[in-house]
Design a protein around this ligand. Sequence first.
Ligand code: ADP
Length: 412
Amino acid sequence: MAIFGAIADDFTGATDLAGLLARSGAKVSLRIGVPEGGASDAPFEVVALKIRTAPVAEAVTEALAALDWLKGTGAERFFWKYCSTFDSTADGNIGPVAEALMAALGARQTVYCPAFPENGRSVFMGNLFVGQQPLAESPMKDHPLTPMADSNLMRLLRPQVTQEVGLVDRLTVARGAEALKDALGRAAPHVVVDAVADTDLEVIARAGRDMALMTGGSALAMPLPALYREAGLLDDGRSAAQVPQVGPGAVVLSGSCSAMTRAQVAAYGGPSFRFDPLMLARDGYGEALDWLSGQDMEKAPMIYATAEPEQVRAAQAELGVDHAGAVVEEALAALAIAAREMGARRFVVAGGETSGAVTKALGVSRLDVGREIAPGVPWCGCVSGGQEIALALKSGNFGAESFFADALGMLG
Ligand code: ADP
């Protein structure tokens, strides 16, 4: 039976949250999309949706369906997880989903705190900073889907909700959980709360521990398992989810072109095969499949489309952005299935969208979250095609240069 249910607005955001919760040693289960029913054997359940930029009505409907399922697992405390850069448009979806969840739960109030100090995201006087830059001066100002033109969270939230928006600032948070609880008692239904350090997040999590709904980035949820244990709500005896020992076959699949992934691909010492969208659009992935068939899966071969920005732009100019991405994702998804048939049981996947495509192809609907390889990237156990496998799903800039070898070395 679950005690805590989280709804994440995208896939790697859900993995990030699940990984931070699992740091406590508690069992964390991650569902891809709203499950069709079924019970839970984990105290922490995270449902990954893909609603960050969906139309508002669709996002609300999906989030409410996830909430219904989570309620059915026994969970009584809920969390709405969005990006630590508050990625949203003028319409939503952070505010509308929060308001719908509050209404469904009969909650008078919720808190908003995207701070993630470990990753340089902090909130002060209601303004969100990325490192030393205000959000609206950070690279997020140029994001293709959710450009952030304001750094003030109250101003960003107000047009997204119907009820009043307020702030409890760092000066109150610094006085501790009781002072914060008092201040929340007098505050508006939608309250932005400042946090510049992990200790602030602990204060907020403690003050909000019994709220029906909290909202924020993944870091705000991190202190909750310890607080639940302290309150006697979690008696799991630190039964850390064990990623199964799944056999030696492995494969690395990379469709991310971010700077850190490029360094990781370059640093990988195993056998590798590179394809690009132009080649895939022209000839399909047969050559890659032939190459893979000749590999020893115990040596963890890598197939990658990872390329420098100018090569990506050239492929996109020729094929269009969507088609260039789609041919790579389809090929890596098909090669993941082929690799499983050839004996791969450990899959290291680089790229958020790529991870979604590979997981879908492997028919995975539930992941048991295990040990973290790097902050925000855990090994996960799951079943695919009747086989127990392990998946490491890494979004673009996560992990150190040696990430692929680090991951494979942890699950030998
Ligand atoms: P990240 O987490 O780094 O953003 P994603 O997998 O989410 O990585 O996104 C990368 C996108 O780029 C995917 O859609 C992928 O198919 C596409 N892609 C990968 N390699 C290339 C390439 N060489 N040219 C063009 N697009 C590419």
